[in-house]
Design a protein around this ligand. Structure first.
Ligand code: FUB
Length: 338
């Protein structure tokens, strides 16, 4: 992910216009996955650090090493940092780059899902288990069998099934896979070909493994055709998230190089999903990554930007803003700066 030049941005003025403020300022946080567990809001973000690693299109400068869990009693409450919940040094299979995580709760246990690069340089997805939502979490010795790429997001359906969505292109390595198999010669499709798709797998009862072969999640245009690779204002790049509202499944994601958070709607956790619009316009900083969570009957977008670091792409801060649904179930687009 390249660094974009910050041209003459007046950050004081920008922060005046921002629709929300960083939830915490003592550390940099990003990629927030928010859940209500036991009546309290828990946010599972990436913990951004300055590593001194030069910028490149593979995101090597995103060299995160650990996770902190943030909690809030209510949406306007103080955001409390519970400290280190998991460190890369404690994960036997992982070498570096602890990217966007998510968490799930089942039968009194809490599961932290996280991507990291293994010692062969390949992203895989791991799981660590805790007895409390804030951790600490004890990692499984191996990554989840059959997992690859980045940005796990776990959705709990109303019937008690859990599904993991994952995948991200460029630094996230999804373009190196076809039919769940890695081949270093694979590249992105051509602009007039169907775009690469995010991946779904149902989780097993123990929450530690996939219960099935991962499958593609189809994202269609209004005519029922797969979005094309060249349609980079709408096609999937990274940052999957799924939520359910009034019986419909909403698959939301980042378009990466065009910096939108978009969404598509469907009738099954497996899709297909039909493109429905933008949830968030571009933020300051290259990446955009979010989650959507219902708190006390209102719906919120947790997202990040780089305004606190004055535009440093890999030093981001988590924020939250309320979202609104229209009568037909579509979501009003948020502008992060008024
Ligand atoms: O935080 C590292 C990576 O940047 C995430 O995995 C992507 O979604 C992007 O936000």
């Amino acid at each position: 992910m390249p660094e974009e030049p910050i041209e003459h941005i007046d950050f004081n003025e920008l922060n005046e216009r921002a629709i929300s403020k960083p939830l915490v300022k003592h550390i940099y946080t990003a990629d927030p996955s928010a859940h209500v567990f036991d009546g309290k809001i828990y946010i599972y973000p990436s913990h951004d650090i300055e590593s001194g690693i030069p910028f490149d299109d593979l995101g090597s400068h995103f060299a995160m090493e650990d996770y902190h869990v943030i909690s809030m009693e209510d949406i306007d409450g103080e955001a409390v940092d519970h400290g280190v919940a998991l460190h890369v040094n404690d994960v036997p299979w992982a070498e570096k780059q602890m990217w966007a995580p998510d968490a799930a709760h089942k039968n009194g246990k809490y599961y932290l899902y996280f991507p990291a690069r293994d010692y062969d340089g390949r992203f895989k997805i791991g799981v660590a288990v805790g007895n409390a939502p804030e951790g600490p979490f004890v990692p499984q010795p191996e990554a989840i069998k059959g997992s690859y790429s980045i940005d796990p997001a776990v959705f709990e359906d109303e019937d008690g099934s859990y599904y993991m969505y994952f995948g991200g292109i460029w630094g996230g390595q999804l373009q190196k896979y076809r039919n769940n198999t890695y081949d270093s010669s694979h590249e992105l499709p051509k602009p007039n070909e169907a775009a690469l798709l995010p991946i779904i797998a149902k989780l097993g009862d123990d929450m530690l493994e996939f219960a099935e072969e991962p499958k593609e999640v189809r994202i269609l245009d209004e005519e029922g055709n797969l979005l094309l690779e060249g349609d980079n204002e709408r096609r999937f790049f990274e940052a999957s998230w799924v939520h359910k509202y009034r019986g419909k499944y909403y698959f939301s994601y980042s378009t990466g190089d065009t910096h939108y958070i978009c969404y598509a709607m469907g009738d099954s956790p497996y899709g297909p999903f039909t493109y429905a619009g933008r949830i968030l316009n571009p933020v300051v900083g290259w990446t955009s990554h979010h989650s959507i969570c219902e708190v006390d009957g209102k719906w919120y977008l947790f997202y990040h930007d780089s305004s606190l670091s004055k535009g440093v792409t890999h030093l981001r801060s988590v924020k939250v803003a309320e979202i609104e649904y229209h009568q037909d179930g579509t979501i009003a687009t948020l502008d992060p700066y008024k």
